[in-house]
Write a new protein. Structure first.
Length: 326
């Protein structure tokens, strides 16, 4: 995994992925006590940054692999990214999804033409299911984060951050990234190492599912005790990836851990001040910037708002609790 792969992915993604902007709001700056610049990957195709990695991986396949089809496992965002990339390439896709994934993510994945296979993440292994189906049908497995071409695709977000920060004169020291297995975090870190070396990536995770923060602190991979039970479903993984962790260990600052309730608060603020719809896992980096400012350095901070695929009842709950912004 190297920077050249990110540059190659950017060429394949050109004209297919959206270049998302850097947004700001004086109201959010006041809460955070510094200037906050939000990279809204919720505006990306399929509602999250995952389209970048999905397209990067599918577009890098050989003709024979494309003919055979692809398989992926995901709670929803990687699923949709791969499903759309596969459809645009005329490739069949099988997506293994947890039965408790948000219904909108399941429905959208099917609507994009993928075959969805549901499983119980408390009692079944998505890795085993994916491996079995891949072998039985001759499908190419596209992992959600521990896959070089996926990391390369996510790294294109970092290329945009570097260029936009430079163009706007943003003097940020840190880039906060919503973190699950580390594909987006490590990809952005690799891109910034070459294009904006003064920027330091900080992974952000929910309480109880802070495997990356604990792993970085311990200097070795640590696992979560559970893999379900959080509203931040998009960024819940068992542990960091074998490929992603060494990159994060070398390039990232300490992790930031945020209570779920702060994610709901951040969702309400993003909607009120930016008219931006975020899911809890996609809002967690913004929550860190707004409500955990003491853990951040610099007069400016860049936040990646990684996704917006939230079911209506949960979004309504966030607005009902915090829509008054008191």
């Amino acid at each position: 995994m190297n920077f050249e792969m990110i540059e190659a992915a950017a060429k394949r993604l050109k004209g297919h992925a959206r270049v998302t902007p850097l947004l700001s709001s004086p109201f959010l700056d006041e809460i955070a006590g510094r200037r906050v610049f939000i990279k809204p990957e919720a505006l990306q195709h399929t509602g999250s940054f995952k389209f970048r990695g999905g397209w990067s991986a599918v577009s890098a396949l050989t003709d024979n692999a494309l003919k055979a089809g692809v398989i992926a496992f995901s709670s929803g965002n990687h699923a949709q990214g791969v499903a759309l990339a596969a459809r645009e390439h005329g490739v069949s896709a099988v997506i293994v999804m947890p039965a408790d994934a948000p219904q909108m993510k399941i429905d959208n994945t099917r609507a994009l033409g993928a075959e969805v296979v549901l499983y119980d993440r408390a009692t079944e292994s998505r890795d085993e299911i994916g491996k079995t189906l891949s072998q039985e049908r001759g499908l190419t497995l596209i992992k959600p984060f521990d896959e070089p071409q996926v990391i390369a695709g996510q790294g294109t977000c970092g290329l945009e951050i570097a260029a936009q920060a430079d163009e706007m004169g943003v003097d940020a020291r840190e880039v906060l990234v919503c973190c699950g297995g580390g594909g987006l975090t490590s990809g952005i870190a690799l891109a910034l190492e070459k294009k904006a070396p003064k920027l330091k990536v900080r992974p952000v995770e929910p309480e109880g599912f802070d495997d990356v923060a604990r792993s970085l602190d311990a200097g070795e991979i640590k696992s979560n005790a559970q893999v379900s039970g959080s509203i931040c479903d998009a960024i819940i993984t068992q542990q960091p990836g074998d490929l992603t962790f060494p990159i994060m260990q070398r390039l990232c600052g300490p992790g930031i851990v945020v209570p779920e309730e702060d994610c709901l608060r951040a969702m309400a603020h993003a909607f009120a001040r930016l008219k931006l719809v975020l899911e809890p896992g996609g809002a967690i980096a913004l929550a860190a910037a707004l409500f955990h400012a003491h853990q951040i350095e610099g007069d400016d901070v860049i936040v990646v708002a990684s996704g917006g695929n939230v079911d209506a009842p949960l979004f309504q709950d966030a607005l009902a609790k915090y829509g008054s912004l008191e």
